[in-house]
Structures are given as C-alpha cells and as structure tokens.
Design a protein around this ligand. Structure first.
Ligand code: GTP
Ligand code: MN
Ligand code: MN
Length: 596
C-alpha cells in the first residue's frame, strides 16, 4: 500500500516501527465508513465483536477479564530528569524504558496488521490543530479511534510536509505464529503505558483497554498535553464542559473536574429537574482551557465521542446518554448481551432480563451472584449523536468558562456545594480534592485518596509544579474575568448509609445556585471552608419534602470533621514535598485558623 502522505518524518517513523514489530502488512487508515465496515466485519468474524440486532451499526465486545481498566501501577512518566515526574508518578529513565519496551515490541505485531491512524485532538479548524498518529495492531483501537477522535483523511490533510505530531505507538503484545488462531481479545500479561514528555511520545504495550490503548485520550490529551499546556500557558484538565441556559436565556459555560466514575458524564448530559433551565453538552471528560483575547478562559473538548461508564446509566439517570446510544454506531465493552441482540448492564433498566450472556461470556440470570457487567464497562459513542450536544461544541475558539467545579466522592465531611473565597482558595480546594477510589482504575475500591483537580493519574509532570501552574494561571488574568471555583459532593451519606442528596437531574439546583452567585443574586453563609448555601438559598421547589434525602445534612459544615481533615491534607501536602506552592501552605494555615 502506498502511503497517503509526503510527511518525511512520519514515513520514516512508520517504517522504523514496522521493521521493529514485523507486522504482515501496514494499512494507513482513512477514517471512512468503508474502513469501519471492513474492520467491524473482521472483528465479528474473529469473535471479538457481536453485531447487535437491536441497535444499528453497534457492537458488543468482551475484553480479556484481566484487561478491564487503566493500569496506574504500569503507567510511567519517563522524563529525562526524575524530579520532573514528581512523587505522584511512576518514573523510569527514558533510555532504560526504551530498551525494555523495544524488546517487548520486537516482533510483537507478527501475524497481524499494523494500522497507522492520523488524528487530530480538538476541532480540525483550529489555528494550530494538535495532531497525533497512533500506530496499533488492534482493529478495536482503530474503530474506537473513529468514534473518539477526528481521524482519517481530514486529519491527515493537516499534516502537510512537516507538521508536528505526537507519536503514539500501541501494540497488544500478542504476536501470532503462522497458522495460530487468534483469541477474541489479544493482550499481554506484561503491560507498559509509557510517556516521554520531552519527545511528545507515547509507548503503550500489552493492553487493549480504552484508557491504555486509545492513546489520543488520557495519554495525549491529558498527560502529554498537560506538559505542553504548562510550557505554553494553558490548562489540560480532566473536565466536562456544559452550557447552562436560564429561563431568561442567560448562558453560562461550566467546566467540572471529578475523578473517574464520579459523575462527569452524568452532569455533562444532565436534564435539569427545575423548569425552564437547560443543560447542553460540550464534553464529558477532557477540557483544554486557554485565555482568549478578552482575558477570559475558553474551553475546548479535544475529543469527538463519549467513552462513558455503562453501569448506572439508564433512562432515569442519564436519558441523554440512552438516546445517544440508541442511535447506534456505538461499541459496548464488558457489558452483558441479551438474548435478542441488545446490551444490558446494572441500572440500564429497573428489572434485568431473564437471561443474559455476562461480560465474562457466561450464562447469567437474575439469580446469579456475579454482576452481569463489569463495573468499569463502557459505551463508546459519537458526541454528535447526543441530542443535548451544544452546536458550539466544535468551535475552535472554545467557550468562555464562568465556573469551575471540583468534586469527589466523599461519604462524610464535604458539603454538597462550597464556593471558594477567591482563585487561590479555589486552587486549594482542587489541590486537596479527595475521593473514594472506584472501579475505573485497577486496585482496591472505596479507599479515600487525594486527587488534585481529579488529575492524579493524568498529570504528566511534577504535581507541585502542576499546582504552581494553577496558581500562576490565576495571576495571569484580571480577577473579575476568572471563573469562580466551587467544590461539590453529590455522594455524602447519612449515618445509615443512604445518600443525603438525590443527585443526577437534581444537581441542576446546585448549578442554578452557582450561576446565581456569579450574577450576584443568591445568598450564602461564610464558613471556615468557603461560602455555603443554606437550604433556603437552594431552589428546592418540586423536590419531595417527605423523601428520605436530607438537604440540611448534605449542606452541613461540621467543624470537627474538618479539623480531622487537616492532618490528612497536611500528609498529602507532605508527599508533594518542596515543590508545593507556598500559597497552598498559606491556604492550609488560613483554614486551620478559621476552624479554631
Ligand atoms: P470517567 O468517565 O471514568 O472519567 O468518569 P465520570 O466522571 O464520567 O463518571 P460517570 O458520570 O460515568 O459516573 C459514574 C458513577 O457515578 C455511576 O455509578 C453513577 O451512578 C454515579 N453518579 C453520577 N452522578 C451521580 C449523582 O449525582 N449522585 C449519585 N449518588 N451518583 C451519581
Ligand atoms: Mn475520565
Ligand atoms: Mn465519563
């Protein structure tokens, strides 16, 4: 096959990789519907995908049961200097890592096809489009990249002769001997997800799972982009972007950072429970924030699709996600398959079907002890199919952000919503963000860990430098033009374990209070931790007062709980070490003082 480009460095890199990995053939991807058809057919034949009868052009996929989530302990930031990776990342010397991984890659694509996927993160019409090329031996990766990125000929056209691009190399690490039959989900027990920030290069080996294998997503748009953003004075963040329109037609754009599986996709597609308010979606996972000429922060979603957590997604929790996937053209990974060719997962409908094929490919009935779907099972679907997608989602200028929300999953201590005193205090809130771990990453579930700006697994450099960059960002702008920062917690529980706040569509009441604060017509109490609304300040009309939720408790600021939080914050700051911005030390001392 002749290469569809004259970009010399790209051509050289592709031949180098082919020489090392020895695939049977090299295919340049064009992103066309025909390519999608060819590869999905191939994957159906291989047993990787099952074509769904009940959703057009959609597929069920079950991964190897050991390859179901991001592998943070196998994820490396290979900066030249160890100090640049910081205490929160795994580090290895780039040369050492390359020696190890080169041996892993040697012959790793034997018996397979090597695909070259040119892609663009963010609008194709951007002034300086951010380009990448993923080389992979996985057809599943190719079709997922069709959905999640702007890929193919349109993207390749932007490369010209010599445009810069991020090199993304991926192999599932499962070479085939002549005549050897393939398994439905090839992968290797050994896994490496390595980033070389100085070279803008990503090497991923051994996993086919989304966050480890779709390299445009977390690896490029967060880990590598966060390094670029720091150098160039912008922010690459783990944030949704939504548009909130009031009954009067006033528009505010809000960005929100919550850790994995803590409600970004849900909030991004929210259907407000309060009459007259409207939420539209611009992104559900990643935001790039840059200052505009007017001094405001503008957000762009670099992605082209949603890679959303399936369990818990249903008509009662996220109807817009249900409408999006109902249109088809989607891939469902590690959910259950129904008898009549549809997908199901816990929370999809109130009552499960009588019989399912589980994500482990076992027979499943409602009497089965195991879950039908993996807790981190995902749907992958185009953003353009979402009926709530805002028309400006593809605007290369982005949208001006009025508010930034930080939020985590905390059963205690953290109130439903708190407004920061100012930018620096808001950065302190983000820096001390904490959450109980979820199934989105391998490891124990339910342990409280600090997750600065929900970026702990995604900061491509030293966490202390990252926090300093956030402080500095606030100094580069006119205070009045900076977004206001809020801290939310939908997950606080009563002593009996029930949620204190109904969440989901009712979160619109919190959004409304936040924009009312921005516009200067909502009240709040000044507390040691920030501005917190009383129950009367929230619009609770239409909320069933006899329900088992407890709004007062959800909003309570318990000084004892917060005093108990201080040593935890201190311990977290100690792990960041010398590079912790002094401004954040000051904020901690100020909080301690206010609690006395
Ligand atoms: P990633 O895509 O992994 O980055 O995660 P995400 O932040 O997009 O998470 P998502 O929106 O998919 O949230 C997943 C989980 O959060 C599901 O279990 C939801 O049921 C739960 N969830 C979302 N919003 C709420 C809420 O307002 N209240 C409660 N109690 N649970 C919620
Ligand atoms: Mn995410
Ligand atoms: Mn999500």
């Amino acid at each position: 096959m002749t290469a569809p480009t004259t970009h010399q460095k790209l051509l050289e890199w592709v031949s180098e990789v082919a020489e090392l990995t020895t695939p049977d053939r090299v295919v340049w991807c064009d992103g066309s519907p025909l390519e999608w058809r060819r590869l999905t057919d191939k994957l159906v034949q291989a047993g990787t995908l099952v074509r769904l009868d009940k959703k057009p052009n959609s597929f069920w996929c079950a991964s190897d049961p050991t390859d179901v989530a991001r592998v943070e302990d196998r994820t490396y930031i290979c900066s030249a200097d160890e100090a640049d990776a910081g205490p929160t990342n795994n580090w290895m010397d780039p040369l050492d890592m390359k020696v190890i991984m080169t041996e892993q890659y040697r012959g790793s694509m034997a018996g397979r096809t090597m695909y070259v996927i040119p892609f663009c993160m963010g609008p194709l019409t951007a002034d300086k489009p951010l380009l990448g090329v993923e080389i992979t031996d996985s057809e599943y990766v190719v079709i997922s990249m069709h959905i999640m990125t702007r890929t193919g000929s349109d993207a390749l056209a932007l490369f010209g002769e010599d445009a810069d691009f991020v090199r993304c190399l991926h192999s599932v690490g499962a070479p085939l001997k002549p005549g050897q039959t393939d398994v439905p989900w090839p992968c290797d027990r050994t896994k490496y997800i390595s980033h070389f920030p100085e070279e803008r290069t990503i090497w991923s080996y051994g996993s086919g799972y989304g966050g480890n294998a779709l390299l445009g997503k977390k690896c490029y748009s967060l880990r590598i982009a966060s390094v670029m953003a720091r150098e160039e004075g912008w922010l690459a963040e783990h944030m949704l972007i939504l548009k909130l329109t009031s009954p009067h037609g006033t528009v505010h754009y809000i960005a929100a950072a919550f850790p994995s599986a803590c409600g970004k996709t849900n909030l991004a597609m929210l259907e407000p429970s309060i009459p007259g308010w409207k939420v539209e979606t611009l992104g559900d996972d990643i935001a790039w924030l840059r200052f505009g000429d007017d001094g405001r922060l503008y957000a762009v979603n670099p992605e082209n699709g949603f890679f959303g957590v399936a369990p818990g997604t249903g008509w009662n929790t996220n109807p817009n996600a249900m409408r999006t996937i109902a249109k088809g053209n989607s891939i469902f990974t590690n959910v259950a398959l129904t008898d009549d060719g549809d997908v199901w997962w816990e929370g999809c409908t109130d009552t499960p079907p009588d019989y399912l094929t589980s994500w482990r490919r076992d027979d499943w009935t409602p009497a089965s002890e195991d879950l039908s779907s993996h807790p981190n099972s995902r749907y992958c679907t185009p953003i353009t199919q979402c009926p709530a997608t805002a028309p400006e989602w593809d605007d290369p200028q982005g949208v001006p952000i009025s508010a930034i929300f930080f939020g985590g999953r905390r059963a205690t201590t953290v109130p439903l919503v708190t407004e920061s005193f100012d930018w620096q205090h808001g950065v302190f809130m983000g820096a001390t963000l904490s959450s109980e771990t979820t199934a989105a990453a391998a490891g124990e579930v339910g342990v409280v860990r600090r997750d600065p700006m929900a970026m702990l697994p995604f900061i491509g450099y030293h966490a202390g430098d990252y926090l300093q960059h956030w402080i500095d960002t606030g100094k580069r702008a006119d205070t009045a033009k900076l977004p206001k920062i809020f801290y939310v917690n939908w997950f606080r529980r009563g002593d009996d374990g029930r949620f204190l706040w109904p969440g989901f569509s009712e979160n619109s009441r919190v959004l409304k209070w936040a924009v009312d604060r921005i516009e200067g017509h909502a009240t709040a109490f000044q507390t040691p931790i920030g501005w917190v609304p009383g129950a009367k300040a929230l619009d609770l009309r239409g909320l069933d007062p006899s329900s088992h939720f407890d709004i007062r408790q959800a909003l309570a600021v318990d000084h004892d709980e917060w005093r108990a939080e201080l040593p935890l914050i201190e311990a977290w700051f100690a792990t960041i070490g010398d590079k912790l911005p002094t401004a954040l030390h000051d904020e901690l001392e100020a909080l301690r003082h206010r609690l006395d």
